[in-house]
Design a protein around this ligand. Structure first.
Ligand code: KIV
Ligand code: ZN
Length: 517
């Protein structure tokens, strides 16, 4: 058995299922390009039958991304499998990932089917998918709550039917490392044809054990791990790629020759990109990629690290791509230097994107003396966001606010080159700006969450606002940046509205029709 652990990244599929984390095609492609730089083995790009947007994203990733295997998810139904095969048609190497639940609880309540029927459906689905693409993965959903003898029968049968990878999902994050490892060992002992497939694991983090369970599983023989950047995913998320990869690398003494091919120097860029694009802020104490992961507060620790780094640091920060943020550019820097630095940071922009980003950089460099790498990253994310249709664009904002007057906002928005303007009062400048935007668009949002942080250091730092807003039963995320925090707040609100509009247009019920403009 090989000692290489295949990294199957599902940031674009399970990760995107995290409530409020919807990504457009452009953003998915950007993340996929970064996954190539990370050198992942498999990219699960989406669930093609779930929506036209998902289908188009899997198709776009298949068309553009070369190197990793591109996987598309499908239930054990012909229509799902056909749709996945259609989206994967252009992939250099495509994989259909078929799943069907096997636990008693799912079979009885969700599927209302008996064991033999499930077994038959799983085998038929794998055989059907195999006719379209050779590389088939099968997942017995809720495997960690499936009775082991039945799980072993299913695994044996789908391998016989042609599955090359069999994934054992801990769908509800119920597993405990020792127990999960025993289940993998059980399968190795009771499935006679197990050597014909790669055994994979897919762990959710409901008990905070997703990484621990994945590590225990590879010790027990699993050779593929499904994971996401920053551990995002359904509910409490999935196994975090950076944690799994760095645990294996750092504890070679324990894991021996087990290894991944991940280019760990790309981890931090990937983490920041996913956080920016999904709006999911990484908690400061998050292992490996949190802001505090390499910060030493205690005097004793600082003293120790200065004398010998390894006294309190088990990972060299440079291994994950963390270097001291440098002052790189200023207002006299040219387009060439700007492009060069972006490339060093791992961003490849086409000409249109570069023009937009450079214009933004010049505006920023006029307002802000020191432009840091973090500022550049934020500019680039914004340039990417602007290449997708922006229904409403902020043209002008004026705020009157203070401790003795009524906060008032005048806002001008551009929609298809036509300017709309309105003004409103609020209980603060942000509220006033949001009310003015609502008056213009006629789209009323309930603000569920709002956070403001500085992207880099200094009093003149860029402020980044990330918010979540509810419209009917849909929760949408918006983000905006500016050196002016009210402007950043307005941009975030408009971003959320644009996402809602885009979504409603995709679904054929344009919500701007209900609005004023
Ligand atoms: O958690 C899960 O069971 C899944 C499957 C589709 C693999 O995401
Ligand atoms: Zn999952």
């Amino acid at each position: 058995m090989s000692d290489k652990i295949i990294i199957f990244d599902t940031t674009l599929r399970d990760g995107e299922q995290a409530p409020g984390a919807s990504l457009n095609i452009r953003e998915k492609l950007e993340i996929a390009r970064q996954l190539v730089r990370l050198n992942v083995d498999v990219i699960e790009a989406g669930f093609p039958i779930a929506s036209p947007g998902d289908f188009e994203a899997v198709k776009a990733v298949s068309q553009e991304i070369k190197g990793p295997v591109i996987a598309g998810l499908a239930r054990s139904r012909q229509a799902d499998i056909d749709r996945a095969a259609e989206a994967l048609k252009y992939a250099e190497r495509g994989r259909i990932h078929v799943f069907l639940a096997t636990s008693k609880i799912h079979m009885q309540y969700k599927l209302k089917k008996a064991e033999d029927e499930i077994l038959h459906l799983a085998v038929e689905a794998v055989k059907y998918a195999k006719k379209q693409i050779d590389d088939i993965e099968f997942s017995p959903e809720d495997a960690s709550r499936t009775e082991l003898p039945f799980l072993a029968r299913v695994v044996e049968a789908v391998i016989d039917a042609g599955a090359r990878t069999v994934n054992i999902p801990d769908t509800v994050g119920y597993a405990i490392p020792d127990d999960f490892a025993s289940a993998i060992e059980y399968l190795y002992a009771h499935v006679p044809n197990i050597d014909k497939a790669v055994i994979s694991v897919h762990c959710h983090n409901d008990l905070g054990l997703a990484t621990a369970n994945s590590l225990a599983a590879v010790k027990a023989g699993a050779r593929q791990v499904e994971c996401t950047i920053n551990g995002i995913g359904e509910r409490a998320g999935n196994c975090s790629m950076e944690e799994f990869v760095m645990a294996l690398k750092t504890r070679k003494d324990f894991f021996g020759s087990l290894h991944t091919d991940i280019n760990t120097k790309q981890i931090l860029t990937a983490s920041k990109m996913v956080s920016h694009l999904t709006g999911f802020v990484v908690q400061p104490n998050k292992a490996i990629v949190g802001d505090n992961a390499f910060a030493h507060e205690s005097g004793i620790h600082q003293d120790g690290v200065l004398k010998e780094r390894t006294t309190y640091e088990i990972i060299d920060p440079e291994e994950i791509g963390l270097s001291e943020s440098k002052l790189v550019l200023g207002k006299h820097s040219g387009r060439h230097a700007f492009k060069d630095r972006l490339e060093q940071l791992g961003f490849s922009l086409d000409n249109e994107e570069l023009d937009q980003a450079f214009e933004r950089f010049k505006e920023l460099a006029d307002k802000k003396k020191s432009v840091f790498d973090e500022d550049l990253e934020s500019i680039v994310q914004e340039a990417f966001a602007q290449t997708v249709p922006q229904v409403y664009q902020l043209d002008y904002i004026h705020i009157s606010s203070g401790n003795r007057n009524i906060p008032t906002a005048t806002v001008r928005l551009k929609k298809e080159e036509v300017i709309f303007q309105d003004a409103a009062c609020g209980d603060g400048p942000v509220d006033a700006a949001y009310q003015a935007i609502e008056r213009i668009t006629g789209i009323k949002l309930e603000l569920v969450d709002y956070s403001l942080r500085s992207v880099s250091k200094g009093k003149d730092a860029i402020g980044e606002v990330v918010l979540k807003a509810r419209y009917g039963d849909k929760v949408v995320m918006g983000k905006g940046t500016s050196t002016d925090i009210i402007e950043a707040s307005a941009r975030a609100f408009i971003d959320a509205i644009n996402k809602l509009v885009r979504d409603s247009v995709d679904k054929g019920s344009d919500i701007t029709k209900q609005g004023n403009v």
